[in-house]
Each structure stands twice: as structure tokens, then as C-alpha cells.
Design a protein around this ligand. Sequence first.
Ligand SMILES: NC(=O)c1ccc[n+]([C@@H]2O[C@H](COP(=O)([O-])OP(=O)(O)OC[C@H]3O[C@@H](n4cnc5c(N)ncnc54)[C@H](OP(=O)(O)O)[C@@H]3O)[C@@H](O)[C@H]2O)c1
Length: 292
Amino acid sequence: MDSRRIAVVTGASSGIGLVAAVALARAGFEVFATYRKEADSERLAGLAAREHLALRPLRLDLADAASIAAAVAEVDAEVGARGVFALVNNAGVPCSGPVETLALDTLREVLEVNVVAQVAVTQAFMPLLRRANAHTPGARVITVTSISGQIAAPFAGAYAASKHALEALTGSLRHELRPFGMWASAVAPGVFQSALWQKGEAVARQARADLGPAGEAHYGEAFARYLGRFARNEAKAPPPDPVARAIVKAACAGRPKRRYLVGADARAGVIARALLPEPVFGWILRRTTGRR
Ligand SMILES: NC(=O)c1ccc[n+]([C@@H]2O[C@H](COP(=O)([O-])OP(=O)(O)OC[C@H]3O[C@@H](n4cnc5c(N)ncnc54)[C@H](OP(=O)(O)O)[C@@H]3O)[C@@H](O)[C@H]2O)c1
């Protein structure tokens, strides 16, 4: 039997998921890298062949229960008794807009993908995680949250709500799994280069268009400044390799941490929030996000 441990990384078509899948394969895992579009499957297979990586594309659409079940069945058939040692819940979508004008369907959609589907994927893979844990104790669920899982900036309410929820679910899951010798950790990045910023900008532009006359009067100017942030973030964001390294650490550590905070901006935000009085921290947060 192949002795390599198995990892499944969701949302591996681009950004953090892609570099994490490659880093895990380089660290000795056999990796199932999930994608939605056929073109991404070919790209992932090509990358694996070129770089001689144990990385296999796996189709998985978080929004589709049948797709999750089919992905689990495919992994089950491939890995047999080895099971899955590490599930990396990475896939996610951006969302922005003032809470006052946020379309409720938009809120439902982001919570569905970023929260409910993450639980669905975790539940579906749990039998395979338990199977791995039976012969290699320490099987684990690693969830990519965000600094938005700890700090809710203006105009990021829906996204921050989803990431706060993921942090809470990870905390509970960790306590629930410990008696079995299993782990749950969050990897919480600050701002890093990825396709998320272009997608986020498109979503934010739509949210601006949806403000309506009253919303435009109340929030238009500040939201325009917030939108400017996307271009700046995209331009200055570092490549996501440190996030991939944190995911590998969380996957390999004997006692993985509850949370891996990644990026100077994320660390500075958490420290500032802990040390500064709330009104001062709130003032800085508003200044830096366009909501003066
Ligand atoms: N980049 C940052 O600065 C940053 C900061 C904090 C947290 N994060 C978090 O990091 C994670 C990865 O994001 P990223 O920055 O690497 O962005 P990304 O490049 O846009 O990657 C997101 C991935 O999620 C996949 N995905 C989205 N909806 C899906 C669905 N319904 N079913 C299956 N897959 C789906 C995307 O697939 P498609 O290509 O098919 O859309 C893509 O592979 C997200 O959870 C994000 O919230 C990112």
C-alpha cells in the first residue's frame, strides 16, 4: 500500500488553494485538488505531470450536494484504507456592500458557499478522515478563514459574517474532535494576491450599482473609496506562498495550532484591536477602509 498521507484541498484552481495543493504535494502528501471548470482540471493535471507532483484534479462544486457526494466517492475508491489525513477547506467567495442595502439573496448565497457548504464538505469527508485517523492518529480539518473572521470592517459585513462563522465552527469542531485524537485548525490570512481581488472588485461594483438612490446618497462616496482599495490591495498584495506554508505547517504539525494568522497586516490588526481602546481602533479601521 502507498504510505503517503492523503490531503484534499478545495478551491485549488487558483490563488491560495493552488499554491497550497502544490506545497502539500511537495511536502509528501498525495493531494486531491478540487476544481469546478474542466479547463482547470487540465491545467492542474498538466502542472502535476510537468512538476512530477502527486496531485490529482477532483471535480467538486460546493453549491451542489451531488457533486460533494461524487467527490467523496471518487476519493474513497482511490485511497481505500488510507483514508484522508487532511481536509483543507479553502474554497470561498468574496462579498461586499453596506449592511443596510445588502440584497438578502446575496447574503444567503455567501453564507451558503462560505459556511454551510464548508460544513457539508467536512461532514461528507469525515468517514474518510476517521479511517485515516484509525491507523495514523492526528487526522485533521484545516479551514481557511480570514482576518475578516476576527475583524469586521465596514462594507465587508457579509464576508466577515461568513468568516466569523467559520472561526466559530472550527473552534467547536476542534473541541469535538480532540477526544478522537483528531484536530481542527483555522488558517487566517490577511491580504494576499489571488483571483479573489478581481472577483471582489466585480462583486463590489455590482453592490455599488445596486445601492439605489438612497443608498448612493448615504454610502456612495465612502463605498467608492472602499472600491479603490481593491486596486491598491491587488497591486501591493504579496504572493500567497506564506499562506501555503501555514497550511503545510497545520497539516504536518504533531499538535497543530488553533489558528495560524498569516501576514503582517493580519497580525498588526489583531494586535491593534487587543491593545487599543475600541473607539480608537474603530476610527483607524474606518479611516483605512474608506468609511471616514
Ligand atoms: N486572497 C486573500 O487576500 C484572502 C485573504 C483572506 C482569506 N482568503 C480566503 O482564502 C480562500 C481562497 O481564496 P483565494 O484568495 O485564493 O481566491 P481565489 O483565487 O478566488 O480562489 C477561490 C477558490 O474557491 C473556488 N470556489 C469558489 N466558489 C466555489 C464553489 N461554489 N464550489 C467550488 N469551488 C469554489 C474557486 O473556484 P473557481 O475558480 O471555479 O471560481 C477558487 O478555486 C477563500 O476562502 C478566501 O476567503 C483570501
